[in-house]
Design a protein around this ligand. Structure first.
Ligand code: SF4
Ligand code: SF4
Length: 443
């Protein structure tokens, strides 16, 4: 199979065998549903319901907090129990609407009604995507309508579906490719209808040959859509490397994909667009992979947003071992969490429960092997960046393009001296960005 790829990256055991053959199972929640207001990048949602109010499936319970923001919709019918701060998976707190589920799943008027996207204007499609609360479901949480509403005069040549799912363990998009590929293809056609002359590309890693076959079958007859196999290599699913691998164009941290004539959407996101536009179903559920060696039955669950993660663990057969590490997302770029008593949100692609959290190895002196340079997909010099970061020399850090780091962790992964390269670089990058924001606010 001829595959495309990018320069750099690492080959990691993908561990997808644990859940890749597990069909998607629908899970209905038992407890209250908690909808956090900070599920998207940008301004948080603003609750528009109050305690005691009855809500229906698909009803808006929070308005978008700005242009770069989306509304939040209820995934059940029931009564609003509270509008109050709740704990998030990262230990922070955020405003949340809690709904007591009445188990009736009574829907708002029009929910599920079919409409033909070809009869809608471009503006109507973008508005529907916004009102449906759709964000990038691969983990970024960037509001999708913002990606679709490109600046006037911007020519989009490619709509790219990111089907790499390159993080180890995660199989939610893969199962969607096998079980409902036509939905994502429909979503692709809807997005293509927004950009005259654009071509659609499904970029899928070569470790999913049956996924490639199923999506190719669903694309049959669509002359402007192709399926391109990508080499299995981490971080193939990074937005920038995906653009480079498929189009040979490059973007940096100051550019948007649209600046390179591209719009990049994840496989689940395209599926959500099809549901919203064609079936009037807002984003109220998602597929979550529950996996790892500490769980009895690794699973791919179709879950209503707001469901408590502890319920998912039970739905996946419960714990086999006390997990030493719990991660939301994949092991490379996911977030370690300390409590499962938090809700599923729009970007919860995976709950990873690991028995063996291998002790952090001792770091040694750099042996100047150059491997960190070879694997960096952004062509950076990780060891130099770490040295400047450790010396708090942020001017030099910026000069060395430290802000271009995508936090992929390849440098740390490959380093034989076990130096914590990406950790230091990410911390420095966050510091520099925070300082820039502070300075901009003062002006
Ligand atoms: S420097 Fe950043 S982008 Fe480069 S390998 Fe390390 S974490 Fe990835
Ligand atoms: S990979 Fe590690 S040991 Fe090799 S040059 Fe980079 S920091 Fe030094």
């Amino acid at each position: 199979m001829f595959t495309k790829t990018f320069r750099g990256g690492v080959h990691i055991k993908d561990m997808k065998f644990l859940s890749k053959d597990k069909q998607i199972k629908e899970y209905l929640p038992k407890g209250d549903l908690v909808y956090l207001m900070n599920q998207n990048i940008g301004a948080p949602g603003v609750p528009c319901v109050s305690a005691g109010e009855r809500v229906l499936v698909g009803q808006k319970i929070a308005d978008a907090g700005g242009f770069v923001s989306v509304p939040v919709l209820s995934s059940v019918s029931g009564t609003v129990k509270s509008v109050a701060a709740k704990e998030c998976h990262n230990g922070d707190t955020a405003l949340a609407v809690t709904v007591s589920n009445d188990g009736l799943y009574e829907k708002i008027q029009g929910f599920g009604e079919y409409r033909d996207y070809k009869e809608l204007t471009k503006e109507q499609i973008i508005e529907i995507v916004k009102d449906a609360g759709i964000v990038g479901m691969g983990g970024a949480g960037f509001p999708t309508h913002v990606k679709l509403a490109v600046k006037p005069g911007t020519k989009i040549d490619y709509v790219i579906c990111n089907g790499a799912e390159c993080e180890p363990y995660i199989t939610c998009d893969y199962r969607l490719m096998l079980e409902a590929p036509e939905k994502a293809v429909l979503g692709m056609k809807m997005v293509l209808s927004l950009f005259d002359g654009a071509k659609g590309i499904f970029g899928i890693e070569s470790n999913k040959p049956d996924g490639i076959a199923r999506v190719s079958e669903a694309c049959r007859g669509e002359e402007n859509i192709s399926v391109v196999p990508l080499k299995r290599k981490y971080p193939q699913g990074g937005e920038r490397v995906m653009i480079t691998a498929l189009t040979k164009r490059r973007i940096n941290s100051k550019m948007l994909p649209a600046d390179a004539g591209c719009v990049v959407l994840n496989f689940s996101t395209l599926t959500a667009i099809a549901d919203a536009v064609a079936y009037n179903k807002p984003l109220i559920h998602r597929i979550v992979t529950v996996t790892g060696d500490a769980i009895n039955e690794p699973s791919n669950l179709d879950v209503l947003l707001g469901t408590n993660v502890e319920e998912l663990v039970e739905a996946a057969g419960g714990l086999k071992y006390d997990p030493e590490k719990i991660i939301f997302g994949g092991p490379m770029m996911g977030a370690a969490v300390y409590s499962l008593d938090v809700p599923v949100n729009k970007v919860t692609s995976c709950v990873l429960l690991l028995k063996n959290n291998m002790a952090v190895p001792e770091a040694h002196e750099c042996i100047r092997c150059g491997r960190c340079l070879q694997v960096c997909p952004e062509h950076l010099m990780p060891i130099k960046l770490k040295n400047t970061a450790d010396a708090n020399d942020y001017a030099e850090f910026e000069k060395l393009n430290g802000l271009e780091c995508i936090g992929c962790g390849c440098c740390t992964y490959i380093c034989p001296a076990k130096r914590r390269l990406s950790q230091s670089i990410t911390a420095a990058k966050q510091f520099v960005i925070a300082e820039k924001k502070k300075a901009a606010n003062k002006k």
